[in-house]
Design a protein around this ligand. Structure first.
Ligand code: 5AD
Ligand code: SF4
Length: 473
């Protein structure tokens, strides 16, 4: 692998290895990489794949930024705040870089992910401390790009080569997968063709591309073999996933059936879905597959049909509510989660209240909600009737109060029930374990560390806004 060559070249160039034939040169310590992830779970998955590629090429992973010789910021461009966070982090790293330089050491800084894709060269201009800019579809080349940047070159790569990315990123080793725990992510689809008028994703991640069923099943088998018991399938439009085999078209429901047949995999989830891709096969899969967890993240964004049209969502409020109803018919204990935006351009008070009506009708178990953030290059940012910040904020506060009540009500309704939880890790105190409920709640209970990875039955005794307490049965 090219980066290994580079690491060796570096140690050969160390001052004490200067041409003495009698003493073997002392190898330089391996360089350490620190990856910081912003934004969505797709970025978490991508960061893991980049770490795999770099550590297999000779780097050591570190969780301490001050120790790092290479820092990668895997960034998010979805809202302005997310993008701005990156620049303040770069400011801090610039100081680390100067301190290291004063000690005669080097620190290489890379910006990857959606800010890299969206801003490109502009990042070098705004932040000269950055050495490498790599968009989300270029990570199959990450080792080679890092090697060039370590050699002093300013490297920028923002091509879309998504099939290549999946085909040539190295699989994690068994040890790497084991170290990541019993619940893992698996990207099955990337990109988006929907072009919601507020969203940068179609521009930063590119067109919708599905990975092949064979590639996904292989990765799932490797994960199961390394002790992973719960897999969350990831995609910006995960339920747009499609595959083909001997002329037969496969959809996400079919893929879930195949994954459920794998030994070792006990739980399946998927996120994020678009309402128009919720086909009946996927809904029926929830009634047929016990391993498929009763939880659906289904963003609606806004409740008014006029606003949904202006957002180019391709669906109405009625279609969304119908999907939820059919889901609950297939699986009565289905928990629903969603995403919401307040203050999209032109949204009136009455239209915002329709969002609250949808929330009351659905009764969400959890949700994410945001003020509209105009993103450069998206049609929404060009609209004339932008809503004032104070109005967006006031609507967000009302929406979040209602969603918060619903989330607490959902959690409180679990008290007294016996539920199965997958034990994921030890808790903060001795003898404490943290597990995950079928509805994605974090559950605090007691037990032995050796039980991590097991599914156990517990009785729920208490509930807070974000977690449950439970006793062993
Ligand atoms: N402003 C506010 N929220 C946004 N989202 C996406 N783009 C924007 C934007 N420009 C939200 C949507 C999406 C989630 C991932 O982020 O709710 O579902
Ligand atoms: Fe963005 Fe809409 Fe695509 Fe989701 S469906 S990634 S919100 S454009």
């Amino acid at each position: 692998m090219e980066m290994r060559d580079d690491t060796l070249a570096r140690s050969d160039a160390m001052p004490d290895a200067a041409g003495r034939g009698d003493i073997a040169p002392v190898p330089a310590p391996a360089r350490k990489v620190f990856v910081k992830t912003y934004g969505c779970q797709m970025n978490v998955y991508d960061s893991e794949r980049m770490e795999d590629a770099l550590t297999q090429g000779g780097y050591l992973k570190t969780g301490i930024i001050e120790e790092a010789d290479l820092i990668l910021l895997n960034t998010c461009h979805i809202r302005e705040k997310a993008a701005e966070k990156v620049y303040s982090e770069i400011g801090r790293i610039r100081k680390l870089k100067q301190e290291k330089a004063a000690r005669g050491e080097t620190l290489t800084l890379g910006v990857t992910g959606c800010v890299a894709q969206a801003e490109g060269e502009e990042i070098f201009r705004r932040a000269p401390a950055v050495d490498l800019i790599a968009g989300p579809q270029t990570y199959h080349d990450i080792a080679a790009m890092v090697a060039r940047a370590e050699g002093g070159e300013k490297v920028i790569e923002t091509e879309f080569a998504i099939e290549e990315k999946f085909a040539s990123l190295p699989a994690p080793t068994r040890q790497q997968t084991i170290a990541r725990g019993v619940a893992g992510f698996l990207t099955v689809q990337e990109g988006c063709d929907k072009f919601c008028t507020f969203c940068v994703v179609p521009y930063t991640r590119g067109a919708e591309v599905s990975r092949s069923a064979g590639q996904i099943l292989d990765e799932a088998r490797r994960m199961a073999d390394a002790g992973v018991r719960e897999i969350t399938l990831l995609g910006q439009n995960v339920n747009a996933w499609h595959g083909g085999e001997a002329g037969a078209a496969l959809r996400l429901g079919d893929l879930l059936h195949r994954l459920a047949d794998l030994d070792g995999i006990e739980r399946l989830r998927y996120t994020t879905s678009h309402p128009i891709d919720m086909d009946q096969g996927l809904i029926d899969a929830h009634g047929a597959i016990d391993k498929l967890m009763p939880y659906l993240h289904l963003p609606i964004q806004a409740g008014s049909d006029r606003v949904l049209k202006a957002m180019n969502r391709h669906h109405t409020k009625a279609l969304y509510l119908d999907v939820i109803e059919r889901m609950r018919r297939a699986r009565p204990d289905m928990a629903i989660s969603g995403d919401f935006i307040t203050g999209f351009p032109g949204e009136s008070e009455a239209e915002f209240e329709e969002t609250l009506d949808v929330v009351r009708a659905v009764r969400y178990a959890s949700a994410f909600s945001f003020k509209y953030s105009p993103r450069p290059g998206t049609p929404g940012a060009e609209l004339a009737d932008q809503v004032p910040e104070a109005v967006k904020a006031e609507r967000l506060a009302r929406l979040q109060a209602l969603l918060g009540e619903q989330q607490l009500a959902f959690n409180t309704a679990c008290i007294g029930k016996t539920i199965d939880i997958l034990i994921e890790k030890k808790g903060r105190h001795a003898g404490q374990l943290i597990g995950r409920s079928p509805w994605l709640q974090s559950v605090v209970t007691t037990g032995e560390v050796s039980e991590i990875g097991q599914t156990i039955a517990v009785n729920v005794t208490g509930a807070g806004p974000v977690s449950l307490m439970a006793q062993r049965v």
